[in-house]
Write a protein that binds this ligand. Structure first.
Ligand code: NAP
Length: 353
């Protein structure tokens, strides 16, 4: 089987202080200045991934020392340089295929340039991320007994690599779709060919939506408690999160689920804590693991487009190797039966109440 590498990075300067408490008193910009001087770091050796077919793979996680805020501010060439240093460190540690995590797959042309300059194939992991976002959203609708033929879905970040394909696949399942972006021309283009889709550049329009898939690359949260419809379901795929933490406190009537959390087969040990239950990982990582298990050292998902065929292929590989969607989680905790019942009850309240 192929050996893999996967590139990770801190989602905020504050996250770094969990690893290095001595930095706690420093302001974010000083932590970022320290990070900017660091090279890549071998974060962990990953062991114990075993497919239900019996094949196994191992690999490494390599840390790239930039937060989303830092990536957003630096010239794109500098981002490529940092990411390629991390890719090369993975290759030095035996990786034959490398996956790009979080913002390392968002910056620039989403992996295309990195793949051209890398000694091994690259994947962004976005095909399986789309697959699990769709699965999770539809499963949540079933559990809440939501009648999709009478409901409205909104996709926030619908012009993006993950958002556009989620919008194309999910919109036809619902009565109406509101596709939200920042630029009206590009948002209208992402809605083209979807008969029930309305483009919008106003995120506040999610107030009309029974179901929201949010997948922007914003550095800060874009969904606030005041903006959400009573009893809505929100699948938050973005890292850092799109849904403000205040939603957990102020909107007990809303079901927020984290998109893209996957149970990995075998007895995986990732060597670091993602804040998920043992044995679970991000969908984008899982795409890399599956390609390694298949011994397919090839650049699978690259660029800003994810095709329905790529999503279907990942779903069939997940089935073959025993990768499954983890139970619903929100804000680092499992979603309880009590939450489900509360949201169901809220959905029964007439909307004028
Ligand atoms: N859970 C997982 O396993 C997983 C895996 C991979 C990626 N992700 C996360 O998924 C997110 C999206 O990734 P992607 O590859 O689809 O990114 P992308 O192709 O760059 O698309 C990002 C989308 O967000 C919009 N956007 C950017 N900044 C915004 C802001 N400040 N306010 C509102 N909208 C904004 C963009 O609009 P414009 O078109 O106007 O720029 C675009 O629609 C990222 O947070 C990434 O870390 C999660």
């Amino acid at each position: 089987m192929a050996r893999f590498g996967f590139i990770i990075h801190p989602l905020s300067a504050r996250q770094i202080t969990k690893l290095y408490p001595a930095l706690k008193l420093l302001p974010d910009r000083m932590i970022e200045a320290i990070l900017a001087k660091q090279g890549p770091r071998l974060a962990s050796e990953v062991t114990g991934i075993k497919s239900k077919t019996g094949v196994e793979t191992t690999g490494v996680l390599v840390g790239c020392s930039a937060t989303p805020k830092m990536f957003a501010r630096m010239p794109v060439e500098k981002s490529y340089e940092m990411i390629l240093d991390a890719v090369n460190m993975a290759v030095d540690n035996g990786a034959e295929i490398v996956g790009l995590g979080a913002f390392t797959s968002v910056v620039g042309d989403a992996g295309v340039t990195i793949a051209e300059r890398s000694p091994v194939p690259i994947t962004t992991g976005n095909s399986y991320t789309v697959a699990t976002a769709i699965q999770g959203t539809l499963e949540a609708c079933d559990i809440l007994e939501l009648d999709k033929s009478k409901a409205t879905i909104a996709v926030v970040g619908s012009t993006g690599s993950i958002g556009r394909t989620c919008a194309q696949v999910l919109s036809p399942e619902f009565a109406k779709a509101i596709l939200i972006g920042r630029d009206i021309e590009r948002t209208t283009e992402s809605a083209a060919g979807i008969p029930n889709a309305v483009p919008s550049i106003d995120v506040k329009q999610i107030i009309e939506a029974d179901v929201v898939v949010s997948v922007t690359s914003s550095e800060t949260s874009v969904i606030q408690p005041e903006d959400i419809k009573l009893g809505a379901i929100i699948c938050d795929v973005a890292r850092p999160r799109d849904v403000s933490r205040r939603v957990a406190e102020k909107r007990p009537d809303v079901l927020v689920i984290e998109g893209g959390v996957v149970k990995v087969p075998g007895t995986p040990d990732f060597g670091i804590d993602f804040g998920f239950p043992k044995g679970t990982a991000y969908a984008c990582m899982s795409e890399t693991f599956m390609l390694a298990l298949e011994d397919r050292a090839e650049s699978f998902t690259l660029g800003k487009t994810v095709s329905k065929e790529q999503v279907e292929e990942m779903l069939s590989l997940a089935e073959k190797h025993g990768f499954e969607l983890e139970g619903f989680r929100a804000f680092e905790k499992a979603v309880t039966e009590e939450t489900i019942e509360r949201v169901k009850a809220a959905r029964l309240v007439p909307s004028s109440a």
